[in-house]
Design a protein around this ligand. Structure first.
Ligand code: PGA
Length: 252
């Protein structure tokens, strides 16, 4: 039985005070989503204060990116140790915005995933095809390449350390979510590929999220799919009401 896992991806939103205020209101409602693992992935600047506010609650702290080197002359970058130091448990790696806007490659993603897992962070690895790739029938090939590239050479000591988020790029921030069937088809493929990489048993335990215009109204359809264990939520995670409704909608 895989524990449902819902993560907020705030992207470049929320100042420190807004993040802390959100956490206070959100954790207050914790009973509404008992049995669901919840994570707030905040901008770097809010992590320290947000981590202090989340300490002792059931909601984990997450970052949205990390650099693979442990320390040194890498102006502007943030290491795994810096993230664990402020209380991060999770890090999102390989989000499509980072791939498209900042040129992140599967090789970069692989280095980040390795560094994160070695340093004790759990990883939310994002994969997903663009609309053009879907239309030309490349979805399976793209997702397979991103998984194999991102997880190349890795050993998975504990399946709970890895979450894969399937996020079709055409569904992100567009209001147009994938249907339950479309999402399930790719998430089943993700689980099959994880089986080839790590063995069938660990692959059954890895949580797979769907991301792309998840909202309170469609979370039930998403969660009803056999290979989908949660959601990575952008826009709808910015408001406490909507995000709490999504989390309670994911209860088993
Ligand atoms: P969205 O974003 O929920 O706003 O579509 C999801 C994401 O980018 O993780």
């Amino acid at each position: 039985m895989r524990t449902p896992i819902i993560a907020a991806n705030w992207k470049m939103h929320k100042r420190v005070a807004e993040a802390v205020e959100f956490a206070a209101a959100f954790t207050h409602r914790g009973e509404a989503f008992t049995g669901v693992e919840t994570i707030l992935c905040a901008p770097f600047t809010a992590l320290y204060s947000l981590g202090a506010r989340l300490a002792g609650t059931n909601t984990a702290l997450g970052a949205q990116d990390v650099y693979w080197e442990p320390k040194g002359a890498f102006t502007g970058e943030i290491s795994v140790e810096m993230l664990t130091d402020v209380g991060c448990r999770y890090v999102v790696i390989g989000h499509s915005e980072r791939r498209a806007l900042f040129g992140e490659t599967d090789a970069d993603v692989n280095k980040k995933v390795r560094a994160a897992l070695t340093g004790g962070l759990r990883v939310i690895l994002c994969v997903g095809e663009t609309l053009a790739q879907r239309r030309s029938g490349e979805t399976a090939a793209v997702v397979t390449r991103q998984l194999q590239g991102g997880l190349n050479g890795l050993e998975l000591a504990d399946p709970a350390d890895l979450v894969v988020a399937y996020e079709p790029v055409w569904a992100i921030g567009t209001g147009e979510n994938a249907t339950g069937d479309q999402a399930q088809e790719v998430c089943a493929l993700v689980r099959q590929r994880l089986g080839e990489l790590f063995g069938a048993e660990p692959a059954q335990s890895v949580r797979i999220q769907y991301g792309g215009s998840v909202k309170p109204a469609n979370v039930a359809e998403i969660m009803a799919q056999p290979d989908i264990d949660g959601a990575l939520v952008g826009g709808a995670s910015l408001e406490v009401e909507a995000f709490a409704a999504i989390c309670s909608g994911a209860r088993p």
